[in-house]
Design a protein around this ligand. Structure first.
Ligand code: ATP
Length: 371
């Protein structure tokens, strides 16, 4: 069969324009804390299902993007711990280092090299319109990077974050990138920067697709799991309130306590309406997304819980969450019981595979630009 997505590196090197090659999926997670239920339901759960359910010929790359984490200040000791914990979590949820490349971004320097090359052609104007640096600095949407007050806060790394993210994807010639809704602007940037490069240098980089609708599983991932204490904002690893998120390694007691104090409302009973009852609806959504079959819709689930008091409902939600997370928590404990050796081993294996994949692209890129 002929590849419908792109020309593979080996065929380009030999001058053949279309040859069979693999679909390649790339996605990443920042080691900014222990992954939480939002990361799991929005991304990680899908990574495992892609691993287990897609055609074995698909090339899967999952990265702990530690170079992205340092776009905001990090304590060195805490970052070291988070990198290991994040990697251990990826193994605990069921990613298999023999089936996919699981690696630390910083162990594959090709990512940074391609970032530099792409930066030489990335537009400051385009980057200044991206929203991520503004939201990370809590600036409004009209913030201008050249305003004196913004300039002092904004670091070059945070501003150029989308260029590194584009390099992460393009260096592996990824055809598909399963990311949450929050990342769609960056993916569009990656597509445009790839097209711009190809326009000058020939068809070398692969503009990636966001959607993976032709892959099982088709059940949609959670768009945004909201914070337990502020249901208007998404659950995030780096928020200072630990009760705002359920970490994948939380104990049964932690889970029960955090859900018991989750912000809801004073309306009797359970119903589903994210606009008027965001707190209760977020809990219903969590139960919905934890059922891999998605058999009952959130509205149908809310009907089943309808007559319960919010206290009893929260108890039920905690049971469902604990039921899903208990096996992950147990495997996580086993993985780290050897002081991190299993993680180091898997990381070395992943870096070797990811280096091979990135090296093939960088040979073509260097040649094309005259290096
Ligand atoms: P940070 O708080 O440090 O910004 P984060 O929790 O937002 O981190 P990332 O590492 O940036 O997480 O994202 C990893 C993946 O998880 C991405 O695909 C992102 O779209 C997804 N994701 C993050 N938060 C949520 C959420 N609350 N609901 C659904 N998906 C999410």
């Amino acid at each position: 069969s002929r590849c419908s997505f792109h020309r593979c590196a080996s065929s380009l090197a030999s001058g053949v324009t279309a040859a069979p090659c693999r679909k390649t999926i790339f996605s990443g997670i920042q080691p900014t804390g222990v992954p939480h239920l939002g990361n799991y339901l929005g991304a990680l759960q899908r990574w495992v299902r892609l691993q287990d359910e897609t055609d074995k010929n698909t090339n899967l790359l999952f990265s702990v993007v530690d170079l992205h984490a340092i776009t905001l200040p990090q304590d060195a000791g805490a970052l070291k711990k988070s990198r290991r914990e994040t990697f251990a979590t990826l193994l605990a949820i069921g990613l298999d280092p023999n089936r996919c490349s699981i690696f630390f971004q910083s162990m594959v320097p090709h990512h940074s090299e391609l970032m530099w090359i792409l930066s030489c052609n990335a537009s400051m104007g385009y980057l200044s319109r991206m929203t991520q640096w503004k939201s990370k600095l809590e600036l409004d949407d009209n913030a201008n990077p050249l305003d004196p007050s913004t300039k002092t806060k904004l670091k070059l790394g945070l501003f150029s974050y989308p260029v590194l993210q584009a390099a992460d994807i393009l260096v592996h010639r990824a055809t598909h990138v399963p990311v949450g809704e929050d990342q769609s602007q960056h993916l569009e940037f990656a597509r445009e920067i790839a097209q711009g490069f190809n326009h000058i240098h020939g068809s070398i980089l692969v503009p990636p697709e966001t959607l993976i609708s032709d892959f099982p599983p088709l059940a949609a991932p959670a768009k945004r799991v909201m914070a337990l204490d502020r249901p208007a904002q998404k659950m995030s690893k780096s928020h200072p309130n630990p009760k705002s998120r359920i970490q994948l390694t939380d104990t049964r007691d932690d889970i029960t306590r955090k859900i018991r104090v989750a912000l809801t409302d004073s309306i009797e009973g359970v119903s589903y309406d994210p606009m008027t009852r965001p707190g209760v609806s977020n809990l219903v959504d969590i139960v919905y997304h934890l059922d891999p079959t998605g058999a009952a819709s959130p509205e149908e689930l809310a009907k089943e819980f309808e007559g319960l008091s919010l206290k009893t409902f929260k108890g039920r939600v905690a049971e469902v969450v604990d039921g899903a997370l208990a096996p992950i928590r147990e495997r996580y404990g086993e993985i780290l019981a050897d002081g991190g050796k299993k993680v180091d081993q898997a990381a070395a294996q992943g870096a070797e595979k990811a280096t091979q994949s990135a090296d093939a692209t960088m040979k073509l890129v260097r040649e094309a630009i005259g290096l």
